[in-house]
Design a binder for this molecule. Structure first.
Ligand SMILES: [Zn+2]
Length: 463
């Protein structure tokens, strides 16, 4: 204790006498101003007005903040709550809070009505550690603002734990961000000393920012690099957020430049080879996708021949998520014909795929189960193949290239690849203008951009 009881009593004898006189002779009336506790109105019977001073019943307000009156008589009032302890000596006019702070109280600060202590708003707010607002509309008691003391992050493999430490427990709410991956945590009745911001300390969290949304509301914005589920745990004065990230591997796109080696593919009027144009476009598309989070594999990187079955097997071994075979068309009968064509494999109307697979791909007896699985996989990739074909077509139009449609066809290279797959006939090399254009790297780049932009859109890629 930081005071001596006998001394306190001696000093305040006069105060006690005045206190008793006022208690006996003053008039007691109901409060004119409503009193609110955490924005809810207190029953007016707990409020009295005497000589224009409002007195509020301590027990009622203390109870609403979980603080219990242990002893209540005219000599001593004791409030206990967790680490909170208040000794109030009404007769001696002394108050001690948490054994740390002691001060004299004014005679006009306390009254007893029907054996229960009533205090002035100022004293009540002080001993219960509440925020007090007095306005012409009412007297408001609110829990004092909880201060955001720190925000820490612990990183484990696929789990990230963020801990928001508060000075007092506070109500909070969490909701996902709309425009990006992440969450918004609203903390009510809280304060943050200054805007708190930090970024890019790991590959999972982009940044964390804590700021005042209003005077009494703090928002903590956590922006993530990837999609994650969150689990919120309230531990006393801590808000613990566990983010579980979905393990995301980069998608794999396989770009197959058609033909190669002894097989030139179609040959233009002035001897430009399909195999060379296809390779140049495939290589350029790979380069354009370099800064995106995608793994680009090329079936061939130089002028070598690879058979169709091997191309598909390579793509399957790469565990491709998308296969794009790059070719050029030819129609020598009419060299004015121009435009792009996109094909995807669809065996839903024929049993073609089954037939070729049985015939060429596998040992019929030994691999029956394998081929059944393959047919099932192929079936499930048809709609995705068509979807990518449509993305390609929309990008062709954006670049001003005529599209001759997205159609199903039975190309072997598309039949054997398990992933969604398209065969892209860039243009007609039999057209002289097209052939001349492809001698220029700008035109090669244009088609590489169409492929790259379509891949970016299809996988929703970020740099
Ligand atoms: Zn071809």
């Amino acid at each position: 204790m930081v005071y001596e009881k006998s001394k306190v009593i001696g000093l305040n004898l006069k105060v006690v006498v005045i206190f008793l006189i006022l208690t006996l002779f003053s008039t007691v009336a109901l409060s004119a101003l409503p009193v609110y506790v955490q924005w809810r109105e207190l029953d007016p019977k707990n409020v009295r007005v005497e000589n224009d001073i409002t007195y509020i019943q301590l027990k009622e307000v203390a109870g609403k903040f979980g603080k219990v009156i242990d002893v209540e008589n005219e000599a001593l009032v004791l409030i206990k709550h967790d680490k909170w302890k208040v000794f109030l000596f009404p007769k001696s006019g002394m108050c001690v809070i948490n054994n740390l702070e002691s001060f004299n109280i004014q005679e006009t600060d306390a009254r007893f009505y029907d054996g229960s202590i009533f205090l002035s708003p100022q004293l009540l707010a002080k001993i219960l550690d509440l925020e007090l607002i007095v306005s012409s509309k009412g007297i408001y008691f609110n829990r004092s603002l909880s201060k955001v003391q720190s925000i820490k992050t612990i990183i484990q493999k696929s789990l990230v734990r963020t801990i928001i430490e508060l000075s007092e427990d506070a109500e909070s709410e969490i909701s996902p961000l709309v425009s990006t991956y992440g969450y918004l945590i609203k903390i009510f009745g809280a304060a943050v000393p200054e805007t708190f911001y930090y970024e890019e300390f790991n590959d999972k969290i982009k940044y964390i920012k804590a700021y005042h949304y209003s005077e009494t509301e703090v928002w903590v914005k956590i922006v993530l690099n990837y999609k994650a589920q969150v689990n919120k745990i309230i531990e006393d004065k801590r808000i613990v957020l566990d983010f579980t990230f979905e393990e995301v591997d980069e998608p794999v796109v396989v770009i197959d430049a058609g033909h190669g080696g002894y097989d030139p593919g179609t040959v233009g009027f002035s001897k430009l080879y399909e195999k060379d144009v296809a390779l140049a476009v495939a290589q350029k598309a790979k380069e354009l996708l370099k800064e995106y989070s995608i793994d680009v594999k090329l079936i061939r990187e130089d002028d070598t021949y690879i058979d169709l079955h091997k191309r598909a097997t390579m793509s399957n071994d790469f565990e491709a998520d998308l296969f794009i075979s790059v070719h050029l068309n030819s129609f020598p009968d009419d060299r004015t014909v121009r435009g792009s064509e996109v094909y995807y494999f669809d065996f839903s109307k024929t049993d073609y795929a089954r037939k070729i697979a049985w015939r060429e791909n596998l040992d019929q007896k030994k691999d029956k189960q394998l081929i059944e699985t393959w047919v099932h996989d192929k079936e499930s990739s048809i709609s995705a193949s068509k979807k990518f074909g449509e993305v390609l077509e929309s990008n062709l139009k954006l670049k001003g290239i005529k599209s001759r449609g997205v159609s199903p066809a039975e190309f072997a290279v598309l039949a054997y690849t398990r992933s969604p797959a398209v065969l892209f006939e860039l243009e007609f090399l039999s057209n002289n203008v097209v052939e001349e254009n492809f001698k220029n790297s700008k035109y090669t780049k244009l088609f590489a951009e169409i492929i790259a932009d379509s891949v970016i859109k299809y996988f929703d890629l970020k740099k």
